[in-house]
Design a protein around this ligand. Structure first.
Ligand code: ZN
Ligand code: ZN
Ligand code: ZN
Length: 386
């Protein structure tokens, strides 16, 4: 399996410095990153979010303070054994009787990054920091301005490195292998939940460390884009939207939708499915550097609207994907951000007129002159025997 993305390529040691420079450009004195995708992106450390504080303190470039990571004493060994242990990063264990928030505030104050007497300093906190953690920081740093860490990090996280693209490619191949097995599980008389259990098991069996979501939306449920699973029994003539994803050992996510039919679906369904397939194709064809996110959305919407189904495509065309299954950039009207090589996102138009619906979703990555699809399974309607 020589193609596996290795840890140091995916999480290079230089990220700490790059993130510190990004913080400086964003006017942030220090980033405070607790367990979650931002911490993993910067250090490679996949720490569990718990009530005991683990926090990377990453001062902006030029602040004179070296980065350090505060960890509960009982997790020191785990932190040392993680990717973060291989970085040039001081690990600061705290004992059960100590206050780690005070410890961090004390170091930031001593370095002059924050100032207890009212100067307008700014810290950047993980977007997914727990409210209880944030309020504890607020208590220790009452005068500091607080921004989301993404103010500094989103530009980095949106532009995937070659190793990140390789990790997303592995994720795409893994979820494609699951979809390839789905026709065997779709049988009249089985419930959505039974099929969903088979799929969840397969997501892990095909290489993910966990299943993030399983949507099996059959018959009228297919008209609800975020339906998950129910006890509805599959029947002949059903269209079934199957939207599934998981997280790989690398930390990177998969997300892919295919629409299946059990026996022959209604004629009007087959007609708009063809429109949907054209729309998904048109949106992928529109992707290249310089094209804006909203132009890709418009490219998906145009054929659907022209065919008279515009009101039944009532969600954005896509979302970025990486260490999170939904992240920047969002492919939506109003996002005039131009695409750049390395941006990875879903292209997933849907048509939901009821009493059935359909969606086709691939993850794509913007390349120097177009896009690469990271999902490969057929986009034709997959009709299984009814
Ligand atoms: Zn969704
Ligand atoms: Zn999806
Ligand atoms: Zn998606």
């Amino acid at each position: 399996m020589g193609t596996h993305s290795s840890g140091t390529e995916l999480y290079p040691a230089g990220r700490l410095d790059q993130a510190a420079a990004a913080a400086s450009r964003a006017g942030i004195g220090a980033l405070l990153l607790t367990p979650g995708p931002d911490l993993r992106y910067v250090t490679g450390y996949d720490a569990l979010p718990l009530e005991r504080l683990t926090c990377l303190v990453l001062p902006a470039t030029g602040s004179g303070l070296d980065p350090f990571m505060v960890v509960p004493r009982l997790e020191l060994a785990a932190a040392q054994a993680s990717a973060a242990g291989g970085l040039d990063l001081e690990l600061v264990p705290w004992q059960e009787t100590e206050d780690p928030y005070r410890l961090i505030a004390g170091r930031l104050t001593a370095a002059g990054i924050v100032d207890a007497v009212g100067s307008p300093d700014t810290i950047g906190v993980s977007d997914r920091m727990w409210a209880m953690t944030l309020l504890s920081f607020r208590h220790e740093l009452p005068e500091s301005g607080i921004l989301l860490a993404s103010t500094a990090l989103r530009g980095m996280r949106m532009r995937k490195s070659a190793a990140e693209v390789a990790a997303l490619r592995e994720a795409g191949a893994a979820i494609d292998r699951v979809h390839a097995r789905v026709p065997g599980w779709l049988r009249p008389g089985r419930t959505e939940r039974e099929v969903g259990t088979d799929i969840a098991d397969a997501i892990v069996a095909e290489g993910h460390v966990r299943t993030d979501f399983v949507i099996v939306a059959s018959g009228p449920n297919a008209a609800s884009p975020h339906h998950d699973l129910s006890d509805r029994v599959l029947g002949r003539g059903d269209a079934v939207v199957v939207d599934i994803g998981g997280t790989m050992p690398s930390g990177y996510c998969s997300d892919c939708t295919r629409t299946y039919a059990i026996g022959d679906p209604p004629a009007e369904f087959t007609a708009y499915y063809a429109v949907l397939k054209d729309a998904q194709e048109a949106a992928c064809a529109a992707v290249k550097p310089g094209v804006t996110a909203e132009e890709v959305d418009a490219a998906a919407r145009e054929p659907i609207t022209r065919a008279g189904f515009g009101e039944y495509f009532f969600h954005r065309t896509g979302h970025g994907i990486g260490l999170e299954s939904h992240e920047d950039p969002y492919i939506v009207t109003g996002n005039a951000e131009p695409l750049e090589a390395g941006m990875a996102f879903s292209v997933e138009p849907g048509i939901y007129p009821g009493p059935h619906g359909a969606r086709i979703e691939d993850i794509v990555v913007c390349t120097d002159d177009g896009c690469e699809r990271l999902n490969d399974g057929t986009r034709e309607l997959i009709v299984v025997a009814g």
